[in-house]
Design a protein around this ligand. Structure first.
Ligand code: 4FV
Length: 252
């Protein structure tokens, strides 16, 4: 997969994409990330990339011309068709389902705004879709682009060592993840649910599933409303709720 990023801060994108799983995915040739700076495509002496908004008011707006020339250069850098995505608070909320969809594509071009955003005529002409990482305002789209690169990059086939781990992710099945415990020299196995030490893998899988269902019921009922639970899951969740209502210390 190839991801090109149009940004006034290509170093940030390059450096953040060189870390951890995404960096390793690049080393393994599963992903390549390239930064393109619109300022390199500004034609005036001051290499302007922004100007005051028509209609007045605070802030500046990014000029369409440097953006168009920069995007054209990015497009031309590889024959593969690219999905052009503008990261903005006006976009559709990013979800794991959207991440999976994007991860299956050969190529993305991510547009990072700064200031108040981009000239709307450029957006109307060039942008395939707008995506938001959340209902808050950043000073630039770079962090949002880094989120997309990470979420999509780790789903590239072969990016994650233990292939299974993507399958057990939060949201993979629309539910929150279960709690995790590991070795602790200080606490030993204190506070660790006994089932996890039982070696009974069927019981462990049931417990983890029940925790995912229960946590989603407690913390994100909006997510639970979107999944259809089978008979076994409903029984696990009802047992969790009964236990929860019975309060700590009641029963196993
Ligand atoms: C944002 C978000 C975001 C808005 C003005 C950049 C900023 C500035 N992008 N999800 N939330 N963008 O706040 O994606 O240009």
């Amino acid at each position: 997969m190839r991801i090109d990023v149009v940004t006034l801060f290509p170093d940030f994108i390059r450096d953040s994409a060189a870390l951890g799983v995404v960096g390793r995915a690049q080393e393994r040739g599963l992903l390549s990330v390239h930064g393109w700076n619109p300022r390199d495509y500004a034609t005036d002496n001051y290499r302007r990339v922004d100007d005051r908004p028509f209609g007045g008011g605070p802030g500046m707006v990014m000029l369409a011309e440097p953006l168009s020339a920069c995007l054209a250069a990015a497009r031309a850098a590889d024959p593969a068709p690219a999905r052009v995505i503008y990261l903005s608070p006006q976009g559709e909320r990013l979800t794991q389902a959207k991440v999976r969809e994007l991860a299956a594509r050969p190529r993305l071009i991510l547009l990072c705004g700064r200031y108040e955003g981009l000239d709307e005529r450029f957006i109307a002409r060039e942008v395939d879709e707008e995506l938001s990482i959340g209902d808050y305002v950043l000073s630039g789209g770079e962090l949002a682009a880094a989120v997309v690169i990470d979420a999509v990059g780790r789903l590239q086939e072969g990016a994650l060592n233990h292939a299974d781990s993507a399958v057990q992710d939060s949201f993979e099945d629309g539910l929150l993840d279960c709690p995790h415990f590991t070795r602790s020299d200080l606490a030993g196995t204190e506070g660790v649910p006994p089932v996890l030490l039982s070696g009974d893998h069927a019981a462990i899988a049931r417990w983890r599933r029940q925790q995912s269902l229960g946590r989603t019921w407690l913390r994100r009922p909006d997510l639970l409303a979107r999944v259809t639970l089978g008979k076994a899951d409903r029984a696990l969740l009802e047992a969790f709720i009964a236990q929860w209502r019975a309060g700590p210390g009641a029963g196993p």
